[in-house]
Design a binder for this molecule. Structure first.
Ligand code: FDA
Length: 306
């Protein structure tokens, strides 16, 4: 219920104005976002790599409304990839891209062309791109763009969301050689008709999808903070005789950092998703929706300023 309310608010320009301008928000944002500038993200990236972790940079922004904004986002990613390489942070660092930030909602062709330019910059920088997955209305379009990109950039990664009823079938489609798939639970507000709504059902679907990806020929990216699912992933990797360099764990910046280090110390490739930029509102609201304790943390911060 609370999750639904927060996710509904994540789409409200009025609430966005209220929260984005509240001075206290900055303290909460800092927990989940590397900073507003690329340099902030590169600084965080250097620290992560020094600790034996990898990273994927996300320049915050979604639901771009104009071609000019979409082109600016493309250019910012191309620049970020160049800076990652210059800083010696590739191939440990890659980028995650939301097609809606490249104009997918109003011009899929523009989004595809911009994604191509980003993939080409990633090749020059010696690293990869992963396409984030957004709400279910964009899934077909995103997978379509992915397939087209992969014909020239075969290492382009995808995200599949276990809460969608269709995802087991998408996992089968994407479990082939060289396919990089990040499996997550899913962070958007979705209707029952397309998504499992109960946590237990989502977790069971996650395990079914994990079985498909781990038994396949691709490179699964296990994106979860859930201790039970992490243990199951470790077990499945052993069961399917996977070498440690044939899959990886991924977690979000600011969430379970101790577990990130434990996995890396245990010899697993562990990648941290590092968001940066000024458009943090939608991202922050999804993080708050995932965990009621985060809302309490936010509320306490607000109250302490009164
Ligand atoms: P779950 O939400 O059940 O959390 C398990 C435990 O992890 C919690 O009990 C808590 O201890 C900790 N935890 C989880 N979230 C937390 C938070 N926000 N703050 C503090 N603690 C928290 N989604 C999507 O729809 N499209 C995408 O492209 C991506 N991309 C993506 C990349 C990466 C690297 C990750 C890790 C996640 C995503 N997600 C995503 C988000 C994902 O769908 C999901 O919403 C979150 O990962 C939370 O789900 P968990 O699997 O962690 O389980």
């Amino acid at each position: 219920m609370l999750r639904s309310v927060i996710l509904a608010a994540s789409r409200s320009p009025r609430v966005e104005r209220l929260i984005s301008t509240a001075p206290v928000s900055r303290d909460v944002v800092r927990r989940f976002v590397a900073g507003t500038q690329l340099d902030d993200a590169l600084g965080v990236g250097r620290g992560l790599v020094a600790e034996g972790l990898r990273l994927t940079l996300d320049r915050l922004g979604e639901d771009t409304q104009t071609p000019e904004q979409a082109e600016a986002t493309r250019d910012a990613y191309v620049q970020a990839l160049g800076r990652l390489a210059d800083a010696g942070l590739t191939p440990a660092g890659e980028v995650s891209v939301k097609l809606s930030s490249l104009g997918q909602r109003f011009d899929e062709k523009l989004a595809y062309q911009s994604a191509r330019a980003i993939c080409a910059a990633a090749v020059r920088a010696g690293t990869t791109v992963t396409l984030d997955m957004e709400d279910h209305a964009t899934t077909d379009s995103t997978l379509d763009v992915l397939i087209r990109l992969r014909s020239d950039f075969p290492d382009t990664g995808a995200v599949l969301q276990a809460y969608l009823r269709r995802t087991e079938s998408d996992c089968r489609e994407l479990a082939g050689p060289r396919s990089r798939v990040r499996l997550c639970k899913g962070a958007y507000r979705e209707p029952e008709s397309v998504a499992y709504g109960i946590r237990h059902d989502i977790d069971k679907a996650y395990v079914r999808c994990l079985n498909i990806l781990m038994s396949g020929e691709g490179y699964p990216m296990v994106a979860t903070h859930d201790p039970r699912l992490i243990a199951i992933a470790e077990d499945r990797a052993k069961w399917f005789d996977r070498a440690v360099d044939t899959f990886e764990f991924q977690m979000l910046f600011g969430v379970r950092p101790g577990e990130q280090l434990r996995l890396a110390d245990a010899g697993y490739t562990t990648r941290v998703y590092v968001p940066y930029g000024t458009q943090w509102y939608g991202y922050l609201m999804r993080r708050l929706a995932e965990r009621p304790a985060n809302v309490a943390f936010f509320a306490r911060a607000l109250a302490s300023r009164d």
